[in-house]
Design a protein around this ligand. Structure first.
Ligand code: BEZ
Length: 241
């Protein structure tokens, strides 16, 4: 009997590991997988509950750990900025909602690096079953089968995955960089442009094509001042007029 139970446990473990290995990370351009889960803000169906908004799904290894606490504190400090960018943040780990609620309370009382205290608006998603972590490829099996690595999924208003970043457990993320990517994506969509290396909001952007014909230029010479060229084929559009 003992042998039988042990065999079942082993099979269940191997099946779980194999399932985690076989699940693919949702790629750029894919529809963001939908799930319903308990959160510190009640039951949430993600991303469907946030129609019309950009979404950032942010995984972390474990509640009440130092690097994760620093990250969520910095996110809380920037939550108004993300809101003004029409963006909903949702954070997730394999902890349950009871643990999340107690960590959230602790974080709300923490004055991290003199930023002051913040009431946290965004939900902490309970993924103690690992179902969502598996669906989003957040469990990187060589590192852990039960704790998420640090994942960032930027998802647009049509629920399409637009950017994926994964970071190791030991390294805290740069929230300004996450905001920079979000603003770059929103700018690229709005203006049908690309952004060059090290771009920041307000910098000139790249147009993915020769910006005008000789004819257009002849009839409307001032458009020449809107664009400039580097090296022959890198066409920039001036953002600061
Ligand atoms: C942390 O957040 O401090 C942490 C979590 C998991 C592994 C290493 C560090």
């Amino acid at each position: 009997m003992k042998k039988l139970v042990l065999s079942f446990v082993l099979i269940a473990f191997l099946a779980g590991t194999n399932f985690a290995q076989n699940k693919k990370i949702p790629l750029i351009g894919a529809q963001a997988p939908s799930f319903t889960a308990e959160t510190t803000n009640g039951t949430v169906t993600f991303p469907d509950d946030y129609q019309g908004k950009w979404k950032i799904l942010f995984s972390h290894p474990q509640d009440f750990t130092p690097v994760c606490s620093s990250e969520i504190s910095e996110l809380a400090d920037m939550q108004r900025e993300f809101k003004s960018l029409n963006t909903q943040i949702a954070i997730i780990s394999t902890d349950d909602v009871t643990q999340h609620k107690s960590w959230k309370k602790w974080l709300e009382e923490l004055d991290y690096k003199g930023h002051g205290t913040h009431k946290i608006d965004f939900p902490f998603i309970d993924d103690h079953t690992r179902a969502v972590s598996i669906q989003y490829g957040m469990l990187h099996e060589p590192v852990s089968t039960n704790k998420d690595v640090r994942g960032v999924f930027i998802i647009d208003t049509n629920n399409i995955v637009r950017c994926i970043n994964f970071y190791p457990m030991q390294i805290g993320r740069n929230m300004q960089e996450i905001e920079r990517i979000l603003v770059a994506l929103q700018t690229a969509d709005k203006e049908a442009v690309c952004t060059p290396a090290n771009w920041k909001e307000g910098d000139d952007v790249i147009v993915p094509h020769y910006p005008y014909t000789d004819q257009q230029l002849a009839s409307n010479p001032e458009i020449k001042n809107d664009y400039y060229n580097v090296g022959g084929y890198i066409w920039f559009k001036k953002e600061k007029k």
